[in-house]
Design a protein around this ligand. Structure first.
Ligand SMILES: [Zn+2]
Length: 435
C-alpha cells in the first residue's frame, strides 16, 4: 500500500511537471518542424541532430553525433547523421530508449498551411512531420526532461535518439546503429518508438514484407506481324489474370490473430507496385511516335505483406507455384522471379515489460483501457528486433496515424501532453523494475 501511495504521488508530480512545460513543448515541436528534413534526399539531418544535442545536453545527456557513412543515400552533400543522447542516473538499472526518426516525406499538394512554419491553430500544430513524428519526438523529450528534473539521480539510464531515413527503410539510421551495437540487449533493455499510433494504443509490431520482381519474356518482331513474335505483355496479362482468379481470393482468406489496424489489413495483402512492358517511356518533351514492335520483356514489381502465421518460404513458393501454373497452361511462357527484399513480421509479447509499463501508464494518465494494435506496414522496429536482437520494443506516441504523409498534417497539443505523461509514467516503472 505504501508503494502504491508513493507511486501515485510520483505520477502527480510528473503530471504537474509536464503540464507546466506545455509552452515549451509547443515551441520545441515548432522548432523541429521548421527544420525541413525532407527525405529523399535527406536534408538538414546535421542541423536537427545538433539542435537536439544542444537541447538535451542541458538536462545532463551525453551526446553522440554519428554519421552512417556509406549507407544508401549517404554523401558529402546529404550525409546520414544520427544523434544518440544518453543520461545515466548514477545508480544501476536498466536503460529505457526513445527512438524517433528525424526525416519527413515530401509535402505534396493540397496544403492550406505552410508545411514548414509549425503554425498553431485550434490547439493543433500543423506541418510536415507534425504527426509523423516530430510531435512524438518532442513529447518524449518533454517526458524525459520532466523526469530528470524531478529525479536527477534516477536508477539506470534514459536514452533519446533521433535517427535518419526511416521513411526510406532506415538503413542510414536505426539499421546502421543496430549494426554498431547501439540496440544490443546488453546496452538497452526497453525501447519505445513514438510513432503516431494514437495516445491510447500500443503498437506491438508489424506485418512482414516481401518485394519481388516478376519478368516475362517474349520475342521481338514487327508490330504488323505479331504472330511472328511472342508478346511478353500478353504473358504478363496471363499472370495478372491468374492472380485475380486464385491469388487475391486466397490472400483474402488468410486472416491473422495479429491485431492489425485498419481492419482491411488484418489479412495477407499484395499490391502490384509497378508494371512495365514494351518500349521504354519516352523522355518528357519527346514528340515522335512509337516504333512498331512486339514487346519481348515485361516486368512487374509486387509488394506482398504477410502475417506472423506465414513463413517467408511459403510466401515465395505461393508466387512461384502461380507462375508454374501459368507456364503449364501457356505455350512459350517463360518467366524470372527475383526477390528484392524481405522483412519478417514481428510482434512483441503482450506480457513483455515495456507493454505492461505503457499499459499502466495509459490507465493512470488517460483513465482508459489501452488497445493493442499491429501496424500494416513496417517501421524501424524491424531493425531493433532483427539486427539489434532487442525484443522489448513497441511503438507508442501521439498523433493520428491516418494523417501521416497527408497535406495539412497536424498533431494535437493535448494529445502530446497526455502521451508525454504516459511515457514518463512508463519510464518510472521500467527504471524501478516495476514492470
Ligand atoms: Zn514515421
Amino acid at each position: 500500500m505504501a508503494q502504491a501511495v508513493d507511486q501515485s504521488d510520483r505520477q502527480q508530480a510528473l503530471s504537474r511537471e509536464i503540464a507546466a512545460r506545455r509552452d515549451d513543448l509547443v515551441a520545441l515541436t515548432q522548432d523541429l518542424i521548421r527544420i525541413p528534413t525532407l527525405n529523399p534526399p535527406g536534408e538538414f539531418y546535421r542541423d536537427i541532430c545538433e539542435y537536439l544535442a544542444r537541447r538535451l545536453e542541458k538536462s545532463g545527456f551525453a551526446i553522440e553525433l554519428l554519421r552512417a557513412i556509406g549507407t544508401p543515400g549517404d554523401s558529402e552533400r546529404h550525409p546520414r547523421w544520427n544523434v544518440i543522447a544518453r543520461r545515466e542516473g548514477g545508480r544501476s538499472g536498466p536503460c529505457v530508449h526513445f527512438n524517433s526518426h528525424i526525416d519527413v516525406v515530401e509535402t505534396g499538394a493540397g496544403w492550406t498551411f505552410d508545411p514548414f512554419a509549425g503554425t498553431v491553430a485550434d490547439s493543433r500544430i500543423y506541418g510536415r512531420g507534425a504527426c509523423d513524428m516530430k510531435g512524438g519526438l518532442a513529447a518524449s523529450i518533454i517526458a524525459a526532461e520532466a523526469y530528470v528534473a524531478l529525479w536527477p539521480d534516477h536508477p539506470g539510464a534514459i536514452e533519446i535518439s533521433g535517427t535518419a531515413d526511416e521513411e526510406t527503410g532506415g538503413y542510414g539510421g536505426v539499421a546502421w546503429l543496430a549494426e554498431q551495437g547501439y540496440f544490443s540487449p546488453e546496452r538497452v533493455q526497453h525501447v519505445i518508438i513514438p510513432e503516431p499510433l494514437n495516445k491510447d494504443r500500443i503498437c506491438l509490431g508489424h506485418r512482414g514484407v516481401m518485394w519481388a520482381q516478376i519478368s516475362t519474356h517474349g520475342r521481338i518482331a514487327h508490330g504488323s506481324m505479331p504472330f511472328l513474335g511472342d508478346c511478353a505483355v500478353r504473358h504478363m496479362g496471363a499472370v495478372i489474370s491468374e492472380m485475380e482468379n486464385s491469388l487475391f481470393p486466397a490472400l483474402a482468406k488468410k486472416r491473422t490473430a495479429m491485431p492489425v489496424v485498419p481492419d482491411g489489413a488484418r489479412q495477407s495483402t499484395m499490391n502490384i507496385n509497378s508494371l512495365h512492358g514494351g518500349q521504354t517511356e519516352p523522355e518528357a518533351g519527346f514528340t515522335g511516335f512509337p516504333s512498331a514492335c512486339v514487346p519481348d520483356r515485361a516486368r512487374m514489381v509486387i509488394d506482398r505483406r504477410y502475417l506472423i502465421e506465414e513463413q517467408a518460404d511459403e510466401v515465395r513458393e505461393e508466387i512461384v507455384a502461380l507462375l508454374e501454373r501459368v507456364k503449364a497452361e501457356r505455350p512459350g511462357f517463360r518467366y524470372d522471379f527475383e526477390e528484392l527484399w524481405q522483412v519478417s513480421p514481428t510482434m512483441t509479447s503482450v506480457e513483455s515489460p515495456v507493454v505492461k509499463a505503457v499499459e499502466r501508464g495509459i490507465r493512470s494518465a488517460l483513465s482508459c483501457e489501452p488497445v493493442h494494435v499491429v501496424s500494416p506496414g513496417t517501421y524501424d522496429q524491424k531493425h531493433i528486433d532483427r539486427i539489434g536482437r532487442l525484443k522489448d520494443c513497441i511503438a507508442y506516441g501521439p498523433g493520428i496515424l491516418d494523417l501521416a504523409h497527408q497535406p495539412d498534417e497536424y498533431v494535437g497539443i493535448d494529445d502530446m501532453i497526455d502521451s508525454a505523461k504516459v511515457m514518463a509514467f512508463a519510464v518510472d516503472d521500467l527504471l524501478h523494475g516495476r514492470a
